[in-house]
Design a protein around this ligand. Sequence first.
Ligand SMILES: N#Cc1c(N)n[nH]c1-c1ccc2c(Cl)cn(Cc3cccnc3)c2c1
Length: 241
Amino acid sequence: MRVDIVTIFPDYLSPLELSLVGRARARGILDVHLHDLRQWADDVHRSVDDAPYGGGPGMVMRPQPWWAALTEIRALGAADGRRPRIVVPTPVGRPFTQAYAADLADVPWLVFCCGRYEGIDARVIDEWADDEISIGDYVLAGGEVATLVILEAVTRLLPGVVGNAESVTDDSFTDGLLEAPVYTRPAVWGDREVPAVLRSGDHAAIGRWRRAEALRRTAQRRPDLLARQDQAAADDGSGGA
Ligand SMILES: N#Cc1c(N)n[nH]c1-c1ccc2c(Cl)cn(Cc3cccnc3)c2c1
């Protein structure tokens, strides 16, 4: 997978050199290219923002640098007929979910547009954005953190990135439920003991316990996920969660 990221703060994306994504890059599974938007700004001051039409607080990102940047990046694929899927993190985007991550993990070339200020001129979004994605109902200062979140969730789904493939398919949200609690040694920590079933070696009982705990936790903390499961089950005629 090739990923191009356009931002006025390239250093904000330095975590992509570390850990899971860093290892995927080192192994050639992911090919990341960072671009400073200012290199495409057409004025001597390399300006990327201007006052909003209609007034209001803050500044808006000018269309010209984005248009030049995306035109040049898209042209990289012209020779062999490749076209990138252009993703714009935005507070007004479609909610990012595990299913969305799985969808993006099948795309060979992603381009992330990391905006700042009050946003990117709407004409850029209208012309270029294939996906407008929000990572949650809270307000960040720009798209870089969202890009890191999206890219980590997508990268862990790429073949060969996570050693134990099962830990990806057993993820929270993959089966629509929150994960059961996890434990490791020692068996007793202070006055807290690991549930005996997890030390029983009875894998059927362990599976039942984990399913029950996942259902209990999901009902307690995310009843909306259970409702979604029940609706999906109703839609395909099978039993509920
Ligand atoms: N994804 C996501 C996401 C999220 N979940 N919260 N905030 C963002 C996000 C993403 C992109 C930008 C750009 Cl460009 C500018 N800002 C600042 C801003 C603040 C208030 C209103 N409008 C824009 C961004 C915030």
